[in-house]
Design a protein around this ligand. Structure first.
Ligand code: APR
Ligand code: ZN
Ligand code: ZN
Length: 362
């Protein structure tokens, strides 16, 4: 039986979000209905609201979520009702070229649930943010978007792995392949950059240099594991990183801002043959000009990191276990917990600079 629940809708470009009654159908083959327990507020939700991603209004926002599987459709055996799961926005297909070549994080045939949730008032079809739509009491997803983890973890902490925090940790441990003894520089210490700092510590980096333009962010980065901090408003970060690494540059530089000037800093702040990991997302009109001789002459690699090159079934349970063992403190990323009707205010607070994550708890 289809159910009616409350959800946060972005009704049109730049319009404030509002709570509406939405209809969640029964799960079809390969699908699951999840009772959402927590969902973080991410910049991407704001971009949906503002029209930066698609014009497919109305959107059902929210995509960094954890909850309990309520029911599953035909042919679902990886998860069952009662399972505690983290949702992901890339259910890998297992059969495309990327999957078959052992790089499922590049899967180009992601099997997210079809858009079958509707607005109760008008019957209009909803576009769930990133194929999830979890600012709602319940949501319909593909079973492959659900990853079972240890239910001992608090839902507001677990949900974080659904997007930004996984992107940052994965940028360090998966894309950057940070290893024991490495020097790492992280440019931009918001939620994603701080997660890259935490991931680098987890991987055994010897030096972790945090760069930001805001001293408060640098302080937080230190609590996440940064060993050195550089305010790039006060000193040239490339020079500072070189100085802190014996004149060489860092083995791995992680860019977590998404702007041309920080891409450039990342490029020059790495050691010869070092790795640059780009996890900050630029806008379509941004350009970067570099002397080709520098691109050629410096060796190493430039990699972009998409969702931290994560494999949810491999990475989510592992990171939750490390958190529960006290070896990775994910709770530090939760600045505040809020109710479903406070998402608009959480968007406003994002610009203030003192929130890593606001998390809706249901
Ligand atoms: N140099 C250094 N740091 C900067 C600069 C700069 N020129 N400009 C901004 N910053 C810092 C901000 O002070 C802030 O601490 O970058 C950080 C950005 O953090 P958030 O706005 O909280 O964004 P976050 O959620 O961490 O995402 C960062 O990663 O996945 C992408 O789309 C995401 O592009 C975004 C980036
Ligand atoms: Zn695939
Ligand atoms: Zn997100």
């Amino acid at each position: 039986m289809a159910q009616e629940v409350r959800g946060v809708i972005a009704p049109g470009k730049d319009e404030p979000v509002r709570i509406e009654t939405i209809v969640v159908p029964d799960p079809g083959p390969g699908e699951a209905v999840v009772r959402v327990q927590a969902c973080g507020v991410c910049h991407t939700d704001l971009h949906y609201k503002q029209g930066g991603i698609s014009d497919d209004y109305p959107f059902l926002l929210g995509h960094e979520a954890a909850g309990v599987v309520e029911s599953v459709g035909q042919g679902v055996d990886d998860v069952a009702p009662g399972d505690f799961v983290i949702l992901n926005w890339r259910a890998v297909c297992g059969t495309c070229r990327a999957c078959l070549r052992g790089r499922p994080w590049y899967c180009f045939d992601t099997h997210n649930a079809k858009q079958r949730m509707t607005l109760a008032a008008t019957g209009q079809e909803l576009s769930p943010a990133l194929g999830i739509g979890a600012f709602a009491e319940k949501t319909l997803v593909a079973a492959g978007q659900c990853t079972k983890v240890d239910p001992a973890v608090a839902p507001q902490v677990a949900g974080l792995l659904g997007c930004g925090v996984m992107a940052g940790i994965g940028a360090a441990i998966n894309t950057g392949n940070v290893g024991r003894g490495d020097s790492v520089a992280v440019i931009g210490c918001g939620g994603v950059g701080d997660a890259a700092v935490a991931g680098s510590r987890l991987a055994g980096a010897a030096k972790i240099i945090a760069v930001d333009i805001d001293d408060r962010k640098l302080e937080t980065a230190r609590s996440m594991g940064a060993t050195h901090t550089v305010n790039s408003r006060e000193s040239d970060p490339v020079e500072a990183i070189r100085e802190l690494t014996g004149g060489f540059g860092a083995d791995v530089v992680i860019e977590a801002v998404g702007r041309p000037e920080t891409y450039r800093q990342a490029f020059y702040a790495r050691d010869l043959a070092g790795t640059v990991v780009l996890v900050g997302v630029p806008t379509p009109e941004m350009r970067l000009e570099l002397p080709l001789l520098d691109v050629f002459g410096r060796g190493g690699s430039l990699k972009s990191s998409w969702y931290g090159d994560c494999l949810p079934s491999r990475d989510f349970p592992m990171l939750i276990d490390l958190h529960l063992q006290g070896r990775l403190d994910l709770s530090k990323f939760v600045t505040e917990t809020i109710a479903l009707d406070q998402v608009e205010q959480a968007f406003e607070r994002m610009h203030g600079g003192d929130v890593l994550r606001s998390v809706v708890v249901l």
